[in-house]
Design a protein around this ligand. Structure first.
Ligand code: XMP
Length: 516
């Protein structure tokens, strides 16, 4: 029996790659969602998936409180693909022999395909795959056959064709696994026989229609907090296409933005995107609230709270505002229901602009099902220029979390100048779009230098530049020394009060992208 569905469900066991699996599936033109492993069978059945993927995760099946699922799950009549921990938990639940390995197998391995499998169709015999696992499967469950091994002779994949259950010990979703895309597509299109169903242009039209119906009355207005970033901009443009000037956008200048940013962005919104924008100048209020505060979390909370107060006051002035537009993305939705034990809150960050539910507004979140790269593609389809679409992410608390310690007008001025230099040099060298973020940070220490034969004792600036696909993990960018030299010498000669520049060479984890 073929179930009348074309959606894939990913059950999350806390792997850092879970979202990547989802993005890969959507890139293949198939809609999918992620549910935490604790979700009830009823909820999973209600989703009506055409296939289920069990993600990887950091645990061992033998851990106390190891994440697990009910065997009821496997009674749902759809194909299953367990990846890494997802394969181990499958083996464990079907009484295979899983053992903790002495050392975690991490990194590249050569895959040797030992039995023909539909999963590996078109893959060739020798493939490089990416592994990251602690447990190993010593023998597969009864009625499962092993289809490939790693170069260490460990089981790399197994399957039970009749039950339609497949397992991969390696990660097909990461680019390092050369045949990964093909393997996932073999599972989706050949084994699960799913047809393509996810097209972004249909999405835009459907959303506009949906919003038009929802905000149908002429008396109702919607409000939206714009930040200059891609998410709020794309959300606002979609809603304005649906309801025109009945959407009133509010841009709060908190004084923590980059050089000329507030004015430029608002001008752009009005002139190029024809948005109805109210500009609120609040620099002084923010700076005085931050006076004497150096704790990073306190700074974030002050900024978040003030923003809400100001927004609330402005919103009250708008007659008939019944709807609130937010640029919430799918990762925000998933992260707000973290997988137990797997994700923990590291910083109280994302969506500082996120508004409290006590607001008496009905939420409109047109991007709720989308990943960032999908939002960017939609932005392009909506003719929003690259200057906004390709912008590097900028944190809600702005430059305040790039000034370690107290935020003062003097530090802000220094940081803005340095930021302009970093940005100019990075763009000049065609690196801006290749980097997730690139920015300077002021560190509150002084070091000794020598300038024009005189001893100097001045501030220190660190440069942070990272590559990342989603901000969840990141690596420091291997910038060319000449680019770094140019940034450093320009900052030291053009930014008064700085005599030393250092480059941050840490990855996330264990560091984070921002310094606070
Ligand atoms: P971290 O520093 O946690 O940052 O590695 C990951 C990504 O999130 C951005 N970020 C924030 N965004 N409000 C935001 O809206 C915040 O408080 C915040 N803190 C960090 C950061 O710039 C990076 O892209």
């Amino acid at each position: 029996m073929k179930i009348n569905s074309s959606k894939v469900l990913i059950i999350d066991f806390g792997s850092q790659y879970t979202q990547l699996i989802a993005r890969k599936i959507r890139e293949s033109g198939i809609y999918c969602e992620i549910y935490p492993f604790l979700s009830s069978i009823e909820k999973i059945k209600d989703f009506n998936p055409a296939a289920i993927i069990l993600s990887g995760g950091p645990s061992s099946v033998y851990d106390k409180n190891a994440p697990s699922i009910s065997d009821e799950l496997f009674k749902i009549d759809v194909p299953f693909l367990g990846i890494c921990y997802g394969m181990q938990i499958t083996a464990y639940l079907f009484s295979g022999n899983v053992k903790p390995a002495k050392n975690r197998e991490y990194g590249y391995s050569k895959l040797e395909i030992t039995k023909k499998s539909e999963l590996f169709d078109g893959c060739g015999d020798n493939n490089t795959v990416w592994m990251s696992h602690g447990d190993i499967i010593v023998s597969p469950p009864k009625d499962f056959i092993v289809t490939s091994k790693t170069e260490n002779g460990n089981i790399a994949s197994f399957e039970n064709k009749e039950k339609k259950i497949y397992g991969l010990q390696f990660h097909p979703e990461v680019a390092h696994t050369l045949c990964g895309h093909k393997i996932l597509n073999n599972f989706l299109f050949n084994i699960a026989e799913i047809k393509k169903n996810w097209e972004l242009s249909d999405f835009i039209e459907d959303k506009i229609k949906e919003i038009k119906t929802e905000i149908s009355s002429d008396d109702n207005a919607a409000i939206c907090a714009l930040s200059g970033g891609v998410d709020s901009t794309v959300a606002a443009v979609i809603v304005s296409k649906a309801i025109g000037k009945k959407l009133i956008c509010i841009f709060v200048d908190n004084g923590l933005l980059r050089e000329n940013e507030a004015k430029d962005v608002v001008k752009f919104y009005k002139e190029n995107l024809s948005l109805n924008v109210k500009f609120v100048k609040a620099e002084k209020i923010f700076l005085s609230a931050l006076k004497g505060v150096s704790d990073p979390e306190k700074k974030r909370k002050i900024i978040g709270k003030l923003f809400i107060n100001i927004f609330e006051k402005e919103a009250e002035k708008i007659k008939n505002a019944k709807f609130l537009v937010q640029g919430t993305l799918y990762p925000d939705v998933i992260e707000s229901v973290p997988v137990y034990g797997a994700s923990s809150i590291i910083k109280s960050h994302h969506n500082v602009g996120g508004l409290p539910k006590k607001f008496n507004f009905k939420l409109i979140e047109p991007l709720r099902e989308l990943f960032k790269d999908e939002v960017r593609r939609i932005g392009k389809k909506l003719d929003i220029p690259d200057a906004i679409i390709e912008r590097q992410p900028f944190p809600g608390p702005g430059l305040a979390i790039r000034i370690i310690g107290e935020v003062t007008a003097v530090n802000l001025k220094m940081l803005r100048k340095a930021d302009t230099i970093v940005s100019e040099e990075i763009k000049k060298n065609n690196l801006y779009n290749k980097l997730w973020q690139s920015f300077p940070v002021i560190i509150p220490v002084k070091t000794v230098g020598v300038m024009g034969d005189k001893r100097s004792y001045e501030s220190l600036i660190a440069i942070r530049a990272v590559t990342s696909s989603d901000g969840m993990t990141a690596d420091f960018a291997k910038l060319d020394y000449d680019v770094l030299r140019q940034i450093s010498s320009r900052i030291i000669s053009e930014v008064k009060g700085v005599n030393r520049v250092v480059y941050d060479i840490s990855s996330k984890p264990p560091s984070t992208i921002e310094w606070e």
